[in-house]
Design a binder for this molecule. Structure first.
Ligand SMILES: [Zn+2]
Length: 460
């Protein structure tokens, strides 16, 4: 049975310069603010209140998203529609949206990572309504949302999960959406030749996958039993991780879409489009492809490096002078691990690329040991430092002179007769003890492998 899965991904647009709602001057602050403190007659739907022109930054961000996803930008003016429905979270009785049959969205006919993009459009978020208490918080009413509608090109829950991850990574490159505000998705699942089922309001990566898995199984079982599938809207339940019938699919007529008479159509001029285009970075998908090809990285390494634009940029600065395998190893194994333990991001620590380059050059030239390099890296995360000067000041350069190293090993062997005897009688641990003594005398600047070899030769 051929499976068709499409997604409607909703995310909050990042309006960091013009920090206001889509159609009024109220602040976008619905997470921390006390309920109903960022409101005005416009976003609470008071009689006679008219919307202001849409927040320009929100429109530009949505255009950047559309371009990043290879969409075409309509040449005719973009149009908002009224999508009618009566619900306590929507005081006007309609939502202003670029979706609907007569609207002109910010982008159409795109493609991202093998999946068609039908459209990218803006809409206002409804208020937050609590059905238990009946309370409505209008802080969220009118906050700018972007919706990305895909073609039903996805084939499995796993593919959908990976695809959304790449999408979020790519959108974070252009800081177009608020990553920490989370995403919501409506998931369309159908089996070819049968009606489409829409699962509404799925709120996390995990739930999106679970909703798809559950729906596929449910529909396949039903068809096997000879039941007929119906075009319906279902609700995902987080608690039971299942979907439940909500209503039979509404049609566009039921929403009575009409063009919003209080807002003019907005012509997106070509200068704006080319300006946004010029500033767009390469997408994460293209970056992964390029990193594997250009630097011979494994796909897994490339995915990690490309997961954060700042990390990817840092990688490309470092590989100008240091071998890619060394750079990847130090970024993945050490830098990311330290940041992870500290619960910080690369953006938080703002590590100096030149200092890191200096450090990795010392590693590449084998002038310092891995342990010394790790210590210096930890210091670099805390603040600026010149690794070269630090190594010089503290005498941390690797003992390259074999004669000097042999001399130190000889001293240690002579001073620790008992450990030598223990090793000779088969106690491996004694060798570590001796090595520790050599390391202490050389301030950790000797290479462990070399020390082991010398000691072994000395006491045999
Ligand atoms: Zn307002």
């Amino acid at each position: 049975m051929k499976v068709k899965i499409g997604l409607e991904v909703h995310a909050y647009l990042n309006v960091e310069k013009i920090k206001t709602k889509l159609f009024c001057p109220c602040k976008v602050n619905y997470q921390e603010a006390e309920p109903n403190t960022n409101i005005c007659p416009r976003c609470t739907g008071m009689p006679g209140a008219k919307p202001m022109l849409p927040n320009k930054e929100a429109v530009d961000r949505a255009l950047a998203i559309a371009l990043m996803l290879d969409c075409q930008i309509p040449t005719e003016p973009v149009l908002f529609q009224r999508k009618h429905y009566d619900w306590p979270d929507m005081p006007y009785g309609y939502q202003k949206t670029m979706s609907g049959s007569y609207s002109v969205p910010t982008g159409v006919k795109g493609e991202f990572n093998g999946v068609g993009i039908w459209q990218v459009h803006i809409e206002e978020d409804p208020a937050k309504w609590d059905p238990q208490t009946g309370r409505v918080d209008y802080n969220r009413a009118g906050v700018p949302l972007v919706e990305i509608v895909t073609a039903p090109d996805l084939k499995s829950a796993d593919q959908a999960r990976l695809w959304i991850r790449q999408l979020i990574t790519t959108l974070s490159y252009i800081k177009a959406i608020q990553k920490d505000a989370g995403i919501k998705a409506d998931v369309n699942v159908s089996i070819e030749g049968h009606p489409r089922v829409e699962v509404k309001n799925v709120n996390s990566f995990k739930s999106i996958c679970r909703a798809i898995e559950y729906e596929l199984l449910r529909q396949q079982e039903a068809l096997k039993e000879g039941k007929q599938m119906l075009s319906e809207t279902r609700m995902f339940h987080d608690k039971t991780q299942t979907t439940r019938h909500m209503r039979f699919k509404e049609t566009a007529e039921e929403y009575m879409f009409i063009p919003e008479p209080d807002l003019p159509a907005i012509l997106i001029d070509t200068t704006t489009i080319s300006k946004i285009k010029d500033e767009l970075p390469e997408s994460s998908v293209k970056k992964v492809q390029r990193l594997t090809k250009e630097y011979k990285l494994s796909r897994e390494d490339a995915l990690v490096i490309a997961s954060d634009l700042q990390l990817a940029n840092l990688f490309e600065v470092l590989v100008k002078k240091v071998r890619p395998d060394i750079v990847v190893r130090w970024l993945r194994r050490d830098l990311l691990k330290y940041l992870y333990y500290d619960k910080r991001t690369l953006e938080d620590v703002n590590i100096d690329a030149n200092s890191l380059l200096e450090l990795l050059e010392l590693v590449q030239e084998k002038k310092i040991t891995d342990n010394t390099a790790k210590d210096i890296l930890l210091k670099l995360i805390k603040g600026p430092l010149s690794p070269k000067s630090y190594v010089k000041e503290h005498g941390l350069k690797v003992v390259n002179d074999l004669q000097v190293l042999k001399g130190v090993c000889k001293e240690v062997v002579e001073e620790n007769e008992r450990a030598v005897q223990d090793y000779l009688s088969g106690e491996e641990k004694a060798l570590h003890f001796l090595m520790g003594k050599v390391m202490a005398k050389t301030k950790g600047t000797a290479t462990p492998r070399e020390v082991t070899e010398i000691i072994k030769k000395l006491i045999k």
